[in-house]
Design a binder for this molecule. Structure first.
Ligand code: NAD
Length: 372
């Protein structure tokens, strides 16, 4: 691709991964159009927003004009974890599966050839009790996703792959659980949660004794994986699935590594197992293919990311740890609640008709129900 001229449409570009990727794309000379609902605000892209084109909207209603002058699409939008997918499975399906397919059809109509899709290694989840299936999976493995989130990602993948042809080149990136600092921060991802807990509680809680496996990868390495897929010869990536992972660790080992990395910064934390919670995911995957085909190698280890994050926090970045925006499910629940309240009167604090408030209405039982 001719980097200086190419425009990339980045759906979900204000998110945790999207904002790290937007920055990396700009650094490499791409023009970037971000399309995002800004569920979590624009913190992630504010610093360089004048260098981006930002279009605010919902991926379930994308105008065709979004693809004007666009050479490639990267879709990192939608609901991005199990709790939010389970909170509203229908919305999850609409965003992660249907909108993914609709955007691909738009691309085909408008002659946009390359489409990178943010999928997830949680597709490989086998749980913690099945010893026979507790093996390292690669992209050819037969998978049986169970949770709403993983199912929606897998179906999104399938629909994209079915649309592939000589003119349309979908590429699937199945990422492990991502870690590291991003200007749109998430503290609901396991390594980031550990570092945040070290600062706020002085101990790390490992659910289920930390027995479960997690493939993990740094957010900057993830951004570089997307760029590798954008820059690659079309024939190398068309219709390909790539696992994007630095290492597979049991959560108990991850906690130990976080503990010892923090010790080098003078921060001492305890590790406390908690066996009350049983709904744990567990899976480990092989990411050899993306290295072999595209030469992508992860560069940021768990320890480096922990130290970097601790330094960022010490410098005062994202230290309002109680802010629900850092926790996707807490924030979406608040937005839903606010939305229900606003629907009753049509506004929140600023009245839309110059301060003149309509006469009070009697709320019918059905509406009361909806407002709950
Ligand atoms: N973070 C991880 O560990 C991880 C791991 C594997 C896969 N993924 C996938 O990578 C992608 C990005 O993850 P993230 O961590 O950056 O998530 P995120 O929640 O921080 O970002 C998602 C972005 O998409 C936007 N968005 C959500 N619904 C939208 C809609 N209907 N219309 C327009 N914009 C919408 C949000 O406003 C947000 O900016 C997601 O698809 C996620 O499933 C993430």
């Amino acid at each position: 691709m001719e980097k200086t001229r190419d425009k990339v449409l980045l759906v979900g570009g204000a998110g945790y991964i999207g904002s790290a990727l937007a920055r990396e794309l700009l650094q490499r000379g791409y023009a970037v159009r971000v399309f995002d609902r800004l569920f979590y605000g624009d913190m992630g892209i504010r610093e360089f927003s004048e260098r981006l084109q930002v279009v605010v909207g919902d991926m379930r209603h994308m105008p065709k004009s979004l693809l004007d002058d666009v050479r490639a699409v990267v879709n990192v939008g939608g609901l991005s974890n199990d709790p939010t997918a389970e909170f509203n499975p229908q919305a999850n399906y609409e965003m992660n599966t249907l909108a993914t397919e609709t955007l691909a059809r738009l691309c085909k109509e408008r002659g946009v050839r390359r489409y990178l899709f943010a999928s997830s290694c949680s597709i490989y989840d086998v749980g913690v009790h099945d010893q026979e299936r507790d093996v390292i999976y690669d992209e050819t493995a037969a998978v049986q996703p169970r949770a709403a989130y993983a199912v929606s990602k897998y179906e999104g993948e399938q629909r994209l792959l079915e649309l592939a042809d000589k003119e349309f080149c979908p590429v699937i990136l199945r990422k492990g659980t991502v870690y590291g600092f991003s200007p749109r921060m998430r503290y609901d991802l396991v390594l980031n949660t550990f570092v945040k807990d070290a600062f706020t509680k002085g101990h790390l809680t490992i659910h289920y004794g930390g027995e479960m496996w997690r493939p993990l990868v740094d957010v900057r390495d993830v951004a570089r994986a997307y760029i590798a897929c954008l820059d690659a010869d079309e024939n190398l990536v068309r219709n390909q699935i790539f696992n994007v992972v630095h290492s597979n660790l049991r959560v108990s080992e991850l906690a130990l590594r976080v503990q010892s990395a923090l010790r080098t910064k003078g921060i001492n934390v305890e590790i406390r197992p908690d066996y009350r919670y049983h709904g744990v995911r567990s899976y480990r995957v092989n990411a050899e293919k993306i290295n072999r085909v595209l030469g992508w190698r992860p560069t940021v280890s768990v320890e480096e990311a922990v130290i970097d994050l601790a330094e960022k926090i010490r410098a005062g970045n994202c230290v309002d740890f109680e802010n629900p925006r850092y926790y996707n499910i807490a924030w979406l629940k608040l937005l839903e609640e606010a939305d229900r309240i606003i629907r009753l009167t049509g506004f929140l604090l600023t009245s839309p008709n110059g301060g003149e408030v309509k006469s009070p209405r009697v709320v019918q039982p059905m509406e009361r129900q909806a407002a709950r």
